[in-house]
Design a binder for this molecule. Sequence first.
Ligand code: TMP
Ligand code: ASP
Length: 241
Amino acid sequence: MDVERRDKLYEGKAKIVYATERRDAVIQYFKDDATAFNALKKGTIVGKGVVNNRMSATLFERLAKARVPTHYLGTLSDREMLCRRLDIIKIETIVRNVVAGSLAKRTGLEEGTPIRQPIVELYYKSDALGDPMINDDHVRMLRLGTPAELAWMKRMALRINGVLRPHLRRRGLLLVDCKLEFGRAGRKLYLGDEISPDTCRLWDAGTGEKLDKDRFRRDLGGVEEAYQEVYRRVVLGERRA
Ligand code: TMP
Ligand code: ASP
């Protein structure tokens, strides 16, 4: 794929977005920078950009087969993905299969408690506010999306979870939870952003070992090794557990 990288459009905590000569396409460049707790904690995870780029590409391709529209157009290099240009909806949609993180805090349930029926949560994507949890009424009040868009996003989040969960399980990974972002292009909605150990919790299906960004957030050590293990299983398709 031959696409020219033009001006930087936006630099986030983990990615840079560049314009291209195509008005309908951008390049996502994946960095090794890692932050947590709304950037209070900063660090580097060597090789993370490559893992997140390649893993996202693999999973976007899998989702496309399941009729999930994604922004993925192709892989340009180890750290660069060509994507459909989206107007990102300022909602983080989280799907959960197992209690962890903020859900454990909010409910008092122990981390690792299975959730019988996957749940969907909405957060307002705002660094200034620290991404607070919101509900459908807040979405309407803030005009973040129409009721039809929100219904589509929730339905799609469950479908994505329904595809990724067994796919990852066959690679020895338990999909605990996952953060998704959607955006508009023309009259259609697409899944955007990335699907990686930065945005999902992934536990070894056999041992329960954490193989995601929680190793960085919680200073558990073995951060780079965990990302490489996920890469081996998801991108290279090596099986374990
Ligand atoms: P939480 O339990 O902290 O709410 O996180 C739920 C999921 O969302 C987890 O897979 C990690 C992901 N996540 C992000 O992608 N970005 C964030 O800023 C946070 C807090 C969580
Ligand atoms: N990326 C987020 C931040 O810097 C947090 C996280 O993933 O935990 O706030």
